[in-house]
Ligand binder design. Sequence first.
Ligand SMILES: [Fe+2]
Length: 173
Amino acid sequence: MRRNFNMYLVLTVSYFASSLLLDAKPEFKHSQKILQRTLANHAVLLHQTLNYHWNVEGKEFHDYHLLFDKEYHELFKNLDLIAERLRAVGGKAAASMKHFIDTASIQEDNGPTPEASVMIKKLHDQYHRVIEDMRKAVKDLEKSGDIATRKVLEDLVEMDEKITWMLKSLLKK
Ligand SMILES: [Fe+2]
């Protein structure tokens, strides 16, 4: 009985010690900040893409409506991926609209609905800024032991570069 109690005590103490260790690691604190900003940036992109999907007009309507549809689904998947990594490094995924807007390094387009080609240009420039932000973050994390967050960001850079390339191609006359 006493042995069982001792074993229980050891397991309980080591569980709390390991969770404290995860929370306390400075590299994880830094990762949390980066991931929160990345989450906010992608949330702004998601809402803006939805906005454009719903409101696009003109002769490109069909193509752009479908492109934005595909992209907002992709963004939604990525948002989940970022938020879950944030939880895995001990952070809370702050997910209110206000928090996203305050934390993002890009500004949402909250003006009147732009022309279809302006939508493409705005999204292109925002993706470009978000990619630059993540590139810096990957460099920041180079010496960190948090290799998994680095990998998440590298994968996001690759996916976002692909959409930036597609948007850039649409901007060519
Ligand atoms: Fe739709």
